[in-house]
Design a binder for this molecule. Sequence first.
Ligand SMILES: C[S@@+](CC[C@H](N)C(=O)[O-])C[C@H]1O[C@@H](n2cnc3c(N)ncnc32)[C@H](O)[C@@H]1O
Length: 216
Amino acid sequence: MADGDLVTYYKLRASEYDRLYERPDRQDDIRALAALLRAVCAGRHVLELAAGTGYWTPIVAEVAGSVMATDINPETLAIAKTRDYPRGNVEFAIADAYAPRAIPGDFDCILAGYFLSHVPRDLVVRFLRSAVDRLAAGSRVVLIDNLYVDDSNLPISRTDADGNTYQDRRLDSGQIFEVLKNFYDGDELKSLVRPFAAKIEVERLTYYWLLWFEVA
Ligand SMILES: C[S@@+](CC[C@H](N)C(=O)[O-])C[C@H]1O[C@@H](n2cnc3c(N)ncnc32)[C@H](O)[C@@H]1O
């Protein structure tokens, strides 16, 4: 299920990745997302899928009962492990976000930051269903991702027959990857999760959105 090119891209980008969180224009949104995450994840036992370098992991760990931070790449997770977790409530595991059933533990919340946008459109329902099936009713699924903002996001290089959009991403090494990156608006997102949800909340910021839903 995992997209080998995407995995390789993020493996090679691991040491460059956190720069995106330093962009001055994004700081208000990043602070707002942190506040939203703290509110939505407070007291929860969180399974974080595709946690990457773990930018959000300590923020969630401040308030969560526990966090299991997972990613398919050891290189990104190694950076996540270097962050401070003063409450000692975080564990790490290599795992495929498309197979959350294989991750042991008791969770009442799944978080995936900037991963839905990399899921091919024909796999989105399957991805959402696998997350929901990992949780009991009343649990929460929390998704964060990008809005497309002209002159701020890289241009879309092409659109395929399924409506997936792509960007050409350049690493510091000069290597260029074509990366599938889909941008959702609030209405489309809500309709995607509605079949699984008892309650849906969407927060649309300037550069990002956060959607959480309660599992029906
Ligand atoms: C855009 S980054 C998001 C990182 C982090 N969630 C964040 O918000 O900063 C996408 C991450 O997905 C990971 N990834 C790609 N395919 C995956 C898969 N099938 N299962 C788990 N992680 C995957 C990559 O290694 C990368 O760390």
